[in-house]
Structures are given as structure tokens and as C-alpha cells.
Ligand binder design. Structure first.
Ligand SMILES: [Zn+2]
Length: 595
């Protein structure tokens, strides 16, 4: 209060125009104006007068800004900023849906009120400014990915974000992201820190906050009620709409994610298929080796063997693999797919918490006496190998394939070669590829595989045209194909086991269709590009004969629809593991095995 008028007024007395001065003013004012007259005439317009006017107004604005704000005023201001600046994807969706201006306005008012209410529950007392600053930066980050890649923030996406490892985070950082966060998050956050706040006793502040929350609730209800028909028909028509409202999407999904069950210690997991036993063992036959390759982010329609216009799979084609053209992933992200494809529940009985609370396929297999190992060239096994262990790929295994903490997938071929030297008895090796992990597709393959050009060479996909993004993506598939070819050659030369290789990608990827990029859309809304994945089976003719496996039969059934859910019975079937949990009809080789 004290600064209002006094501070600026005193400093500006000598320059104050005549009409605001007292009786002595005319003389001084006349001198001042006369002195400036030459400048005004010289410039030919009244810029100096405008400048002078601004000098008059600015102190008053500054004084107003210095007047202490009620904390709730700041909540509304920050909420309004978020809704207006960080929701381009949401407003665009309303435009596309043809929402009337009145409906859009009501929706906007309701969202500002609801977010002010939400912020009012999270930020109070001395924590007000730090919480609001954090929310502004968080909102800016979320809006960047929502507008650039049409990312929808549901619970699973929050899990994906929380499980992102440092190498993945580094790849997501870009100049575009930093600039966006600086302008949309950090700059307003700095302003927030400058706003003076009214200080009240705890009791008065609590009462005022209570009234404020109630008022915001009523305002939101009133706004929604005023255009309820329009708003609810929009929400019904576009199920993705609510995941676009930033930062409410992130906050609500984060609260739900925290409420969900996290990793369950291996010893506390519910046993699965406790009756499982091998009906044949290496005492009765040759030992078996299955290399199960879990691919990353490869979509079915860019797979050469599936009829894609580009032959992205020449090596697999040359090796006569059995190709499965119609395979549906259990989820649209590693976080969902990986636990699901190794569980007895699968997508058919999908329940995130139940899957995490249960043993995985690997636990069942290892219990029957098969040796199991997981070789990881990515962000871990998502709990699947908790009971069996995992080896992370590194430069120690293959210095030529690794640099800056990341390894090309060739490292898996080197690691497999080493394992084959020592593998004994029935063995299951899971190889987890880095594959087409985006958005830095161009870093997934070495130079000789840059066949399709120009290839996008940025992790910020907005800097590249769609054809260049697709070129980089296809080059990465070409490299995956080459690595799979190497793995097959290693197995073909390996005589100690009857061996086979099964490759299946964990999920697909959007490359700009419907404005979507990357993956992780909610399962019910995910487009085919994110859910249809390639799968191939290979085994040497002599291994197949020795195992009593009719490869022509496997090939003849390959065109039928398949899914990640087939993995569980297929692996059990390969090792002749009998259990009530085994579903022969879902085993891709179930009807093709002798005996
Ligand atoms: Zn993945």
C-alpha cells in the first residue's frame, strides 16, 4: 500500500506535465515542453508524448503489481494461463468436432475453475509459489508432448514416464522442448515468484480458501450446466478428449498411478501353473534351445514380409522364416505389453495389478528345470525376469556395438554367441532388443543401414518431414532384420541343441497417422499402427525333424489371427511342459507337433 503513488510520484516530479502540477507549474511545465519541442518536431510525430505517457502509466502498473495479491487470485491466473496456453491439442480437437463458440467458452470457464480448484487443494501457505511453479513447468512439458506427438496422458502413460531410464530421457530432450518449457513454463513461473502475496492469519486464510474452493466448484458446475448438452456430446464422441486436458490429465492419472500396485517382490508373487512339469527331458531326447527375441516398437505394416512396399526384411526372407502377418499386441507400450505377454492372463483377462502380483512365464519354465536367462539391451524386463535374473548389455560384451551408454542390437548377437558356447540342457534365452525405440530412430542403426534417405536425424520429430521420419524408422527395421539374420545364423551353426527362434515386437508405432506419433495410446483408443506387430518363427529343418515339428503345418496356420497371448502356451509347448494352464489352441505349433 505504501508504495502506491509515492515511490513513482516523487521520482517523477520534475518531469510531470503541467496539468498535474500545482500553481507553480505553468512556468516549469512550459520550460520542459519547450525544451522537448525541438525533439517532437524533429521526429515529426508525438512519440515523445507517448513515451512520456508510458512513463506516467508504468509506475501505476508497477504499483498495482506490487499491491499484495490474495493467493486465490494467483491460483486463478495460473489456471487460466495453463488452460489457454497449454491446451492446443484440446482446443484443436474441439474445433475439429465443430463445437460452437458458446460451448467452447463454457468448457474453457469450467476448466479454469476446475484447475483453480485442483491447484487450491495442492498449493497453500508457503508452498503456494513453489507448487505453482512446479505445476507450470510440468504443464509446459506435458503440453509439448501433447502438441508435438499427440501423446495422451492416461495412467499407463504416467507409468511409462516414471519408468523412463536416463538414456531414454536424454533422447527425448531437444532444443524445441527446452525453448517450449522456457517460454511456457519457466517464464510465467518467474512472474509467479515476483507477485507479492497477502499474508493472513491461518484461520482467515483457511476460511478464504474454503470459500474459494466452493466458489470454483459452483462456477465449474454452472459453466458445465450452461452448455451441458454440447459438452457431454463432445466427450462422448471423442473418448480421447479428457486425456488432452492439460495439466488435469497428468495430475489425475498420476494420482491413479500412485494408487496402483507397484512391483511385487519375487517371493511374494502368486504362483502360476504349479502343476507344470516337462513330459520329456534331454535324457529322452536332444536338449532344446529357444531364443525368444522381444522386439521394440516395430509395426506390422512396415514389415517387408507382410507385404510392405519396401523390402525391410531381406535377411529373414532369405532364411525362410515362418511369418505371422496378423498379430495383435497386448498393449501399446513396453510397460503394458511386456508383463502381459509373459503372463498367464494375457490380454484376454488383462488386469494390470493381477499380472504384477503373479509369477511370469519365466518362473513356470525355470521351475520345470529349463535354464532361463534374459539378455537386455533396453530398459529392463519390467518385472518379468524378477525371479530368473537379467544381464544388461554393455560395452564389456561388445565394445564395437556400444557407445555413450547405448548399444546397437548387434551386441545381442555377440552375447548369444558367448552363451551358445556354454549352454547346456534345455535353455530359454530371452533377448530384449532396442529395436526401433523412438523418437531417435536414426540412432538405432549403423551407417550401412541408412538405405532410405533422407532420414530424419533429430529426436525432435517436428524438425523433420514425415517421409524423412519414415525413412529413419524403416532403416531401423532393416537393421533389426539384419540382427535377426545373424541370430539365426548362430543357431543354424550350433549343433548341441535342437533350436528355434521366435521374434515378436512388443508394440507398434504411430508415424504421423491421425497426427499421432510414437506410441502408448490407451489400449481401447490405440490405432492399428500401435497394436499390430510382426512375428516370425524359425527353426532349422533338422531341429524341427528331431523335435517332431511339422514346419509346413506351422506355416499353414500362420495367416490366422494371432496375439501376444499365444506366447505363453507356445513356449510351454516348445519344452513339452504340461500344465492345466497350457492352451494347445493358442500354441502356434500346438497342432503341428508329433505325439
Ligand atoms: Zn516398447
Amino acid at each position: 500500500m505504501q508504495g502506491q503513488g509515492r515511490t513513482p510520484g516523487v521520482r517523477h516530479v520534475p518531469r510531470t506535465p503541467a496539468h498535474e502540477r500545482g500553481a507553480a507549474a505553468p512556468q516549469m511545465g512550459a520550460r520542459t515542453l519547450a525544451g522537448r519541442g525541438a525533439r517532437v518536431i524533429a521526429t515529426g510525430h508525438d512519440a515523445a508524448a507517448v513515451f512520456d505517457g508510458m512513463r506516467e502509466v508504468w509506475p501505476r502498473v508497477r504499483a498495482a503489481l506490487r499491491r499484495p495479491w490474495p493467493p486465490e487470485g494467483l491460483l486463478v491466473a495460473v489456471s487460466a494461463w495453463c488452460i489457454v496456453s497449454a491446451n492446443a491439442a484440446f482446443w484443436h480437437a474441439l474445433d475439429v468436432a465443430g463445437a460452437a463458440m458458446g460451448v467452447q467458452f463454457a468448457f474453457g470457464v469450467a476448466l479454469v475453475a476446475l484447475h483453480a480448484l485442483l491447484f487450491g487443494l495442492l498449493a497453500f501457505g508457503r508452498a503456494l509459489k513453489p507448487v505453482l511453479c512446479a505445476l507450470l513447468v510440468l504443464t509446459a512439458c506435458a503440453s509439448f508432448f501433447a502438441t508435438r506427438y499427440a501423446v495422451l496422458f492416461d495412467v499407463e502413460m504416467i507409468h511409462n514416464v516414471l519408468r523412463t531410464d536416463p538414456a531414454e530421457s536424454r533422447e527425448l530432450l531437444s532444443a524445441g522442448l527446452l525453448l517450449h518449457v522456457l517460454l511456457q513454463g519457466v517464464a510465467p513461473a518467474v512472474l509467479v515468484t515476483l507477485v507479492p502475496l497477502r499474508r493472513d492469519t491461518f484461520g482467515r486464510a483457511a476460511v478464504r480458501r474454503g470459500v474459494f474452493l466452493l466458489a470454483m466448484g459452483l462456477l465449474a458446475a454452472g459453466a458445465l450446466g450452461s452448455a451441458s448438452q454440447g459438452i457431454f456430446s463432445l466427450v462422448r464422441a471423442d473418448h480421447a478428449l479428457r486425456y488432452r486436458i492439460t495439466p488435469g490429465n497428468v495430475l489425475v492419472s498420476a494420482v491413479r498411478a500412485v494408487g496402483e500396485r507397484d512391483e511385487v517382490p519375487p517371493g511374494e508373487r502368486q504362483p502360476v501353473a504349479t502343476d507344470a512339469r516337462r513330459t520329456t527331458t534331454p535324457v529322452m531326447r536332444r536338449p532344446r534351445l529357444l531364443v525368444l527375441v522381444v522386439g521394440e516398437t516395430v509395426r506390422a505394416d512396415h514389415w517387408g514380409l507382410n507385404g510392405y512396399a519396401r523390402d525391410t526384411t531381406p535377411e529373414l526372407r532369405a532364411r525362410g522364416v515362418v511369418n505371422f502377418p496378423d498379430v495383435r499386441a497386448c498393449g501399446s507400450s513396453t510397460e503394458v505389453s511386456l508383463p502381459c505377454m509373459f503372463s498367464a492372463l494375457g490380454r484376454a483377462h488383462y488386469d494390470r495389478d493381477a499380472i504384477r502380483a503373479q509369477q511370469s512365464l519365466l518362473d513356470v519354465v525355470v521351475r520345470t528345470g529349463v535354464s532361463v536367462d534374459w539378455l537386455d539391451n533396453q530398459s529392463g524386463c519390467k518385472g518379468v525376469c524378477a525371479g530368473t535374473g537379467m544381464e544388461t548389455m554393455s560395452a564389456a560384451i561388445d565394445p564395437a556395438a556400444c557407445s555413450a551408454g547405448r548399444c546397437l542390437d548387434a551386441v545381442l548377437a555377440t552375447a548369444l554367441g558367448q552363451r551358445l558356447d556354454t549352454a547346456q540342457g534345455d535353455t530359454l534365452l530371452v533377448l530384449h532388443m532396442l529395436g526401433n525405440h523412438g523418437p531417435a530412430y536414426f540412432e538405432r542403426y549403423p551407417a550401412p543401414y541408412a538405405r532410405y534417405r533422407p532420414a530424419c536425424a533429430s529426436a525432435d520429430l517436428a524438425r523433420c518431414a514425415q517421409p524423412a521420419i519414415i525413412n529413419a524408422y524403416d532403416n531401423a527395421i532393416l537393421y533389426t532384420d539384419a540382427v535377426l539374420g545373424q541370430l539365426i545364423d548362430l543357431l543354424a551353426a550350433h549343433r548341441a541343441h535342437d533350436s528355434a527362434l521366435l521374434y515378436v515386437s512388443d508394440h507398434g508405432e504411430s508415424l504421423g497417422e491421425y497426427g499421432l506419433f510414437l506410441h502408448g495410446a490407451p489400449y481401447a483408443l490405440a490405432p492399428a499402427q500401435q497394436l499390430q506387430v510382426p512375428m516370425v518363427w524359425w527353426s532349422a529343418a533338422d531341429s524341427a525333424r528331431s523335435m517332431g515339428l511339422d514346419l509346413a503345418c506351422v506355416r499353414s496356420g500362420a495367416r490366422a489371427p494371432h496375439a501376444h497371448d499365444d506366447l505363453f502356451p507356445t513356449v510351454l509347448g516348445f519344452f513339452d511342459i504340461a500344465t492345466r494352464a497350457y492352451d494347445r489352441t493358442r500354441d502356434i505349433a500346438g497342432r503341428c507337433r508329433a505325439g
